[in-house]
Design a protein around this ligand. Sequence first.
Ligand code: ADP
Length: 270
Amino acid sequence: MRDSRDPLAAWRIATEPYYRPVGDEPRRYELAYGRRLPLILSGPTGCGKTRFVEHMAWRLGVPLITVACNEDMTASDLVGRHLLDAGGTVWHDGPLTLAVRHGAIRYLDEVVEARQDTTVVIHPLTDGRRLLPLDKKGEQLAAHPDFQLVVSYNPGYQSAAKDMKPSTRQRFGSMAFDYPPPATEAEIVAHEAGIVLPLAEQLVAIAGRTRALRGHGLEEGASTRLLIHAGCLMRDGLDARASCEMTLTGSLTDDPDVLRVLHDCIDATF
Ligand code: ADP
């Protein structure tokens, strides 16, 4: 049951999400939030964008409402709709409206996966008006002072048709993310998977090889997330080769030639 005194209680982050800064991105985010600047976090999948927003929302003490975008998502899924209940037809705020009305950071993960009509509803929120038009309700909702819109975007593998339109993109400030430098990434993998640092360093070295194959047989290299999965399986007792097969190689490709290269790399590492 939602707390009626705090409609965003479910989205408040009580304990600090672990985030290892790579540069001065926390300070940049704090300044952007101070201006309520809408932000695009760009970078490959699984490199820490979501974790970063979670950490920043906790640090700023602002609730965070995250929605993973997909092409079936409609504007109503974001904004809300009228639903029938015992008392008749009642309006239910969607996650975007909740964040706008009560003041939260609204994180749209993989925004280019959303259909154009859904991205259009965010436009008036990203300029000086900070308004959300609730057409079906005949209401123009002014954003709460704490509201901020953040979207993530992976420029790597989208087709041109799915690229962010300049008219949308120019409404946002942007922060570019990438896989952390090897020593930092190993620290993160060791922390998250609960494995010793030398083992995490070996996983990061394999990831480096897969990332070098980007555009040469692989669409994308292994993400930090996949390395953490590999590390967790190792910690749970699976041998290194099997752990990597389950999380790194098979998740990246089915191409037998590329798989052979990756398996050789794993055998040479462990
Ligand atoms: P993205 O949103 O970019 O797809 P995530 O934020 O979900 O990726 O990152 C995947 C995982 O990698 C996280 O759950 C976290 O465990 C780890 N991670 C990546 N970068 C960092 C970092 N800088 N500090 C802490 N954890 C990180």
